[in-house]
Design a protein around this ligand. Structure first.
Ligand SMILES: *Cc1c(COP(=O)(O)O)cnc(C)c1O
Length: 365
C-alpha cells in the first residue's frame, strides 16, 4: 500500500515546543505562567472591551485588508499604511516570507539561538536552514556574513532575540545589511522592540525605508498581551508587501483581533504601565537570581535567560521543582540550551513566589 508522502523537508521539522500552560489534571488552583513572554500586566482593558463589542459582529467576514488597524499602526509609528500587512500573529508572516522567497536548494540563514520558528518555516518550503554561531549569546554579524552563500535567499534576525534576551545595536544591524547581497531579503523580527530602552537600538524601519530588501515584523502578542487573538504585522517595501498580500489568506486576521489591536495601540497609558513594571522587575529579578549563584544573561526585554551552574540536570530539576509549585517556565532543550531556563517577568506576587521557590530549590541541592 502506498500512502500520501509530504514534500521533502517536512519530516525533518522538529515540531515547535510551546511554553507550558499548566497541568492537565483538572486541578484548577491558580498557576503562575512565566513560559511564553506575554506582558505581565495583561492586555489593555480597552482592548478587551473592544474585543467583547466586536463579538456582536462575528457573523460577518472581517475587512480582509484590516484597514482600520493598518491606519492606526501607521498613525502610531509614522508609517505609510500601504506598506503594512497585518497577520494572524507575526508567525504567519514569518512563514509566508519563505513561502514567497525560498524553496528547494535555497538557504535561509539565522543565528545559533535564533527563534525556533525559523527552521520550521524554512523546512516547510523545502529550503535549507543554515545557522551562524553566536558570541556570548549575542548575534555575531561577522559569523552571519561568513555563512552567506550564493544560495542564501533570506536572513532572519530576531532583535532582541528570543530566548537569549540579547540585542545588537543599530550599527551592527546596518553592517549586516551592508554585507548582504542586495537580492537577499533581511527579515528584522522586532517582536520585543517596545521593551528595549537603549539609545543604540533600532527596530529597523530605517533599513526598510533605505532599500527594497528589508522587512520588519512586529506583534501584538508581547507588550500588548493579545497573544490569544493572534495578531501581528509587517512593514516593508511596496514590492514585497505586494508579494505577501498575494499569498496570504484573504481573511487572515479576525474582526475581533482587528478591534482589540486597534484599541490596544491607542491605550498609551497601559503600555506605559507595562513598561514601568518591566523596568522595575528586570533588574530586580536579575539581581535576586544572581545572588543565588545563577548566571542571568543581560536582558533588554521581559524575560531572562537563566543558566544553572549544575548544568542541564539541575535546570531540569529546577523546572520540575517549580512546576510542582505550579510555576511554569520554559525549558530550552529544543534550542540547544539544556542548562538554561527562560523565565518571563510576571506580576509582583508571581515574582515573589518565583524568587522564593528558586531560592528554596538552590538551597536544597
Ligand atoms: C513571540 C515571538 C514572535 C511572534 O509571535 P506571534 O504571537 O506569532 O506574533 C516572533 N518572534 C519572536 C522572536 C517571538 O519571540
Amino acid at each position: 500500500m502506498t500512502a500520501p508522502t509530504p514534500r521533502p523537508g517536512i519530516m525533518e521539522i522538529k515540531p515547535y515546543v510551546p511554553g507550558k500552560s499548566g497541568p492537565a489534571d483538572g486541578d484548577d488552583r491558580p498557576v503562575i505562567k512565566l513560559s511564553s513572554n506575554e506582558s505581565a500586566l495583561g492586555p489593555s482593558p480597552k482592548a478587551v472591551a473592544a474585543a467583547q463589542a466586536a463579538a456582536e459582529t462575528i457573523v460577518r467576514y472581517p475587512d480582509g485588508a484590516a484597514t482600520v488597524l493598518r491606519e492606526a499602526i501607521g498613525a502610531h509609528h509614522g508609517l505609510d499604511p500601504a506598506q503594512i500587512i497585518c497577520s494572524a500573529g507575526s508567525d504567519e508572516l514569518l512563514e509566508l516570507i519563505p513561502k514567497a522567497y525560498a524553496g528547494p536548494g535555497d538557504e535561509v540563514l539565522y543565528s545559533q539561538y535564533g527563534f525556533a520558528l525559523y527552521p520550521i518555516a524554512t523546512r516547510a518550503v523545502g529550503a535549507t536552514p543554515v545557522t551562524a554561531p553566536e558570541t556570548d549569546y549575542h548575534t555575531d554579524v561577522d559569523a552571519m556574513l561568513e555563512r552567506v552563500s550564493e544560495n542564501t535567499k533570506i536572513v532572519f534576525l530576531a532583535n532582541p532575540n528570543n530566548p537569549t534576551g540579547s540585542y545588537i545595536g543599530r550599527d551592527e544591524v546596518h553592517r549586516l545589511r551592508a554585507g548582504l547581497p542586495d537580492d537577499v531579503l533581511l527579515v528584522l523580527d522586532s517582536a520585543y522592540a517596545e521593551f528595549v530602552d537603549r539609545d543604540d537600538y533600532s527596530a529597523g524601519r530605517e533599513l526598510v525605508d533605505a532599500g527594497e530588501n528589508t522587512v520588519m515584523t512586529r506583534t501584538f502578542s508581547k507588550i500588548y498581551a493579545l497573544a490569544g487573538l493572534r495578531i501581528g504585522w509587517l512593514y516593508g517595501p511596496p514590492a514585497i508587501v505586494d508579494v505577501l498580500n498575494r499569498i496570504r489568506s484573504p481573511f487572515n486576521v479576525s474582526s475581533v483581533a482587528i478591534a482589540a489591536a486597534t484599541a490596544a495601540i491607542d491605550d498609551h497609558e497601559h503600555v506605559a504601565q507595562a513598561l514601568e513594571h518591566n523596568r522595575l522587575w528586570l533588574p530586580r529579578l536579575t539581581q535576586s537570581l544572581r545572588g543565588m549563584g545563577l548566571t542571568v544573561h543581560p536582558s533588554v526585554v521581559n524575560f531572562l535567560l537563566v543558566q544553572f551552574p549544575g548544568g542541564s540536570d539541575q535546570a531540569k530539576a529546577a523546572e520540575e521543582y517549580l512546576a510542582a509549585r505550579r510555576i511554569y517556565v520554559r525549558n530550552l532543550v529544543a534550542y540547544g540550551l539544556p542548562d538554561c531556563l527562560r523565565i518571563n517577568l510576571g506580576l509582583d506576587h508571581e515574582m515573589a513566589a518565583l524568587i522564593d521557590a528558586i531560592g528554596d530549590f538552590m538551597e536544597n541541592v
